[in-house]
Design a protein around this ligand. Structure first.
Ligand SMILES: [Zn+2]
Length: 306
């Protein structure tokens, strides 16, 4: 018996233990329910290889995927007053903030960085949905202003990537004031004649969709992203009507003229580079070339080519 318990059992247990797979090695697709190997999912930029479902992406990972060679410099954002209203629901707002900061290792729901895209300088402001649902308070407003001013300073296009549930209710009226504030910020970019591009990701809702997010010179969206102001259920209950299929999805918005392009994540970088190039060099210099002289000798002309 001792041989069995002391030798055979540990050996068997060791064998079984090796075969066990930790849970965090696999992710479940939110749309088709398939299990996907974690590394495979990361390599596919968190797009389900089975059904093409675009999962949410952390802001830092987005910047890495968009900038040349994944290299960029972040800028430090101004420290603002936390909890201006001393707000409290089930928890203090200041405690919620601290928890989100610990969870994400970020100060607030937005990060701003600059680098190059296709060798052209670009500024990107990206939302982190993991930070209190990407909600927009004064710190996010500050981030958008800083991003806009940096773009003007560098004469670079500004790309904003919202992923947000809307205004941050714990900041009350101050969060609502970020709507006009963010609009003024992106107007500075437009007034400087620089491209302002919005990449709408899942979800872009509430006060964010009602302000800077729908004002891009070009509005691009990821497939399947939810984009809207109020939630579909709230609208249905208010108007007492069934909403059409795909309502508030990126593809529906494109069909109805609210979004210009729906671009899969793998093609986003190339598409953005192409758009920036088109917007920055809209008129290639035309040069005049002489047409070959026709054999009849009757018509001589010149044609402007571009
Ligand atoms: Zn899937």
């Amino acid at each position: 018996m001792s041989w069995l318990t002391n030798f055979v059992r540990p050996k068997l247990q060791a064998l079984v233990r090796k075969a066990e797979v930790p849970d965090n090695l696999w992710d479940k697709c939110g749309q088709c329910g398939q299990m996907i190997f974690h590394r495979e999912l990361e390599a596919a930029m968190r797009v389900c290889p089975h059904c093409g479902y675009h999962m949410r992406l952390a802001a830092a990972r987005r910047l890495e995927l968009l900038f040349d060679e994944g290299k960029y410099q972040r800028i430090e954002l101004p420290k603002n007053e936390t909890d201006p209203l001393k707000f409290r629901d089930r928890k203090r707002y200041s405690d919620r903030l601290r928890e989100a900061q610990l969870k994400t290792s970020e100060q607030d729901a937005i990060i701003v960085a600059h680098g190059t895209m296709g060798s052209t300088p670009a500024v990107i402001a990206a939302f982190n949905f993991d930070f209190m649902g990407g909600s927009m308070g004064a710190a996010v407003g500050d981030g958008l202003i800083a991003a806009a001013r940096l773009a003007v300073l560098q004469e670079a296009p500004l790309i904003v990537i919202p992923a947000s549930g809307g205004a941050r209710m714990q900041e009350g009226i101050i969060s609502l004031m970020q709507m006009p504030r963010s609009i003024i910020a992106v107007d500075e970019v437009k007034e400087a004649g620089l491209p302002y591009i919005v990449l709408l990701t899942d979800p872009t809702t509430g006060g964010v969709s009602a302000s800077f997010a729908m004002l891009g010179d070009i509005a691009i969206s990821e497939p399947g992203a939810v984009i809207g102001f109020a939630g579909a259920r709230v609208i249905e209950e208010t108007i007492r009507e069934k909403l059409p299929e795909g309502f508030q999805r990126a593809e529906y918005l494109r069909e109805h003229g609210m979004v210009d392009l729906v671009v899969p994540r793998a093609e986003l970088r190339d598409t953005l580079i192409r758009i920036i190039d088109l917007l920055r060099h809209p008129m290639p210099p035309a040069e005049v070339v002489n047409l070959p002289v026709p054999s009849s000798g009757e018509t001589h002309g010149q044609i402007a080519t571009s």
